[in-house]
Design a binder for this molecule. Structure first.
Ligand code: SF4
Length: 78
């Protein structure tokens, strides 16, 4: 699945949400999360993100690897 990382924090855009064909974005207090069981890796959201916060889980920059688990934990609770 794809993962939302730190640049999303306090971002007010939801351009990614509207293009997702399976509606797997969930809105937390401060950022969006992708539900890993629902994302189909279509990549439609990646170029829409104005802050380049979305990565495939295999390509998450090292400093943000904790976001893989964070998306998995938080998305179902939103
Ligand atoms: Fe949705 Fe596709 Fe982005 Fe996954 S990769 S969150 S399915 S738009």
């Amino acid at each position: 699945p794809h993962v939302v990382c730190q640049p999303c924090f306090d971002c007010k855009y939801t351009d990614c949400v509207v293009v997702c064909p399976v509606e797997c974005f969930y809105e937390g207090d401060k950022m969006l999360y992708i539900h890993p069981d629902e994302c189909i890796d279509c990549e439609a959201c990646v170029p829409e993100c104005p802050v380049e916060a979305i990565f495939h889980e295999d390509n998450v920059p090292e400093e943000w690897t904790s976001y893989v688990e964070m998306n998995a934990e938080k998305a179902p609770d939103c």
